[in-house]
Design a protein. Structure first.
Ligand SMILES: Nc1ncnc2c1ncn2[C@@H]1O[C@H](COP(=O)(O)OP(=O)(O)OP(=O)(O)O)[C@@H](O)[C@H]1O
Length: 333
């Protein structure tokens, strides 16, 4: 098995604004080529975390290393322009009075003309904007502006790419295409990337790993699938909409085929796709049924409990069914 290279190591960052703690005990580690999503509600500190790593704000305490190169350790600090990072802002922050090529070449003033043009050409090709170098930002579509911002961030071949809600201004029709195009680009060049979003769907479509943030702290970090399948807290389960969260005492024993992972937990998480029809199962009534494309999402009543259940079966509203939960219900606090 090939040895993975640690790209980024962040330990216990702390940031405050006006004495108010905004980022606390913020730690993470990424391997080269990992794509991490920082996910969380508005105001939880996602953008602040990116800016802290980029050196754009004052970090009170903590350590940042990029490929074993120390960028920050308590009072020691490498300035932003020497950190080997690319940063893509939410609104792309393209210079409106400069062409696409000039925007991309902005940080290459130290190179001679020939080298600069070669770099710009390569960056334009990377994002398939070869023919649009002479256009101005206002002459580009949202997706093209985003690609221009990507090219500008990548032109110096950064060791880490930071992106603040890169897809939020993109029309949903083209978003999926752009996301997969960009993911392939990052994977092809083995670029390590952290991006911010509040969308669980974007985390699943773009990232390998997800960190769910809660009031300036990372509540859970892991492979996106693991965070969704095994949330470590009620907060993560709710934010990820991971399934039905029910008071343990209210779950009918007969509904569960297997004992729960932690029967002492105050709540149990029952996945929406974990129910199966079963002739001698628990009685339930279908009270609503929505077609979601390839599957249905049913709202069902089990005694006094309202649950959501997904499967490929169409039911009439009002139908009486019998069900059983086939997975291990997960105890969460
Ligand atoms: N320069 C600043 N001065 C004072 N407070 C700030 C500053 N920047 C951010 N904050 C506060 O820090 C908190 C975290 O902000 P941040 O922008 O990191 O959140 P976020 O998770 O990225 O939110 P959103 O999803 O809405 O962009 C917020 O309460 C915000 O008001």
């Amino acid at each position: 098995m090939s040895q993975e290279t640690t790209a980024l190591n962040v330990e216990q960052l702390e940031v405050s604004f006006d004495e108010k703690p905004i980022l606390q005990d913020f730690s993470l580690s990424l391997n080269q080529g990992d794509i991490l999503c920082l996910l969380g509600p508005s105001g939880c500190g996602k953008t602040t975390a990116l800016k802290a790593m980029a050196g754009l704000i004052n970090v009170k305490h903590g350590k940042i290393e990029l490929f074993e190169h120390l960028l920050k350790h308590n009072a020691y600090e490498v300035p932003p322009e020497k950190r080997d990072l690319g940063f893509i802002f939410q609104d792309y922050a393209l210079f409106p009075h400069m062409t696409v090529a000039e925007n991309i070449g902005f940080s290459l003033r130290h190179l001679n003309r020939e080298a600069k043009e070669a770099h710009i050409h390569q960056a334009l090709t990377l994002v398939s904007l070869d023919n649009l170098g002479k256009r101005y930002p206002h002459e580009l579509s949202g997706g093209q502006q985003q690609r221009c911002a990507v090219a500008r961030a990548m032109v110096n071949r950064p060791k880490l790419l930071l992106m603040d809600e890169p897809f939020s201004n993109i029309d949903s029709q083209v978003k999926n295409g752009l996301m997969s195009e960009m993911r392939h680009l990052l994977k092809r060049h083995n670029i390590t990337c952290i991006f911010v979003t509040h969308s669980k769907q974007e985390a699943f479509s773009f990232a390998d790993k997800t960190a769910v943030m809660n009031q300036g702290r990372i509540q859970q970090i892991g492979k996106s699938q693991e965070v969704f399948e095994n949330p470590n807290s009620e907060y993560v389960a709710r934010f990820m909409e991971a399934g039905n969260l029910i008071d343990t005492a209210l779950v009918p024993q007969k509904l569960l085929m297997l004992p729960p992972s932690n029967a002492n937990a105050s709540r149990l998480l029952l996945k929406e796709n974990g129910f199966a029809p079963c002739p001698d199962g628990t009685p339930a009534k279908v009270i609503d049924s929505l077609y979601m494309g390839h599957r249905y999402r049913h709202e069902i009543l089990v005694g006094d409990l309202t649950l959501f259940m997904e499967n490929q079966q169409a039911y009439e509203v009002g139908k009486d069914i019998q069900i059983q939960y086939r997975y291990e219900a997960i105890g969460v606090e």
